[in-house]
Design a protein around this ligand. Sequence first.
Ligand SMILES: [Zn+2]
Length: 302
Amino acid sequence: MTRNTNAPAGAGALRQSTTGSVALDGALWLVQHGFPVFPCDHPMLRRCAGLHKTCDGSRGKHPAVAFTRAWTLDERKVHEAFARGLRNPAVAVGACSGPDGTQLVVIDSDRPGAIEDVASARGETWPATMRVRTAKGYHDYLWAPGTLKLGNGLGQLQGQFDGDVRAGNAYVIGPGARHASGVLYELEDAEQPPVIAPAWLLDALVTKPQFAARRTRWQDASPHVPGQPRSVRGLATFVLDSRPGDRNNRLFWAACRAAEDAQDGREDAQDALLAAAVQAGLSEREALATIRSAYNRTGATA
Ligand SMILES: [Zn+2]
């Protein structure tokens, strides 16, 4: 990760605070870049500053104001709000409007690489976009068409993505905030604005999870019996048995195994997998991309 130490604010600047408060620096950076801000609880306060009656104990994350209407884009108001005591800055996602009437969607990965894995299982590459490092992973900020009905639903990604989606009437904790674990939420690159969300992501988010709703334990359902070599036919059958919601995931998993087997000098199953995937309803192009991505990942050549 390269850091621009000359960045006006953000990663480096949040460490060398200009206002004496990393939280205020973060909040100011957000409003200066068009992200509506509001204050949340701060984990170093003795009591939660959240508006709620009873606290569930997830300190540092509870809105201190009615955020759907009490957000601001005004620097003066930000100074006021953050002068009242320690507060974590947060972004009112639904109040945010991007270029050409777009809306904000934040992809909240619970581990580094979670959304990249989703992309690669679909034969896609995750784009570079505005990214905030969190305690567990990342918040990736993207613009989506304003006409799309997005919320916190994962759509087709349910059971496939280790994380959450925040859009519509939602909020995310912003850069400059302190997590209860002590970790500081930080911008990866203060110069990187949000990019337009990839079409495959939006398609997946607005598609109802069909079979994916019950978390597919496809790994457990693998045809491999420990101690016995996997057969080409077994891997192909595994792909053939896919339901529409998990075809790509199953193909990716099977292709990873096939690549490992091929590297170990066993029979290469990729042709059989391609045939099975097409028979299961994937397009040849999509199936090839998934197989290639699995082979690349294992260092084999497809
Ligand atoms: Zn609370």
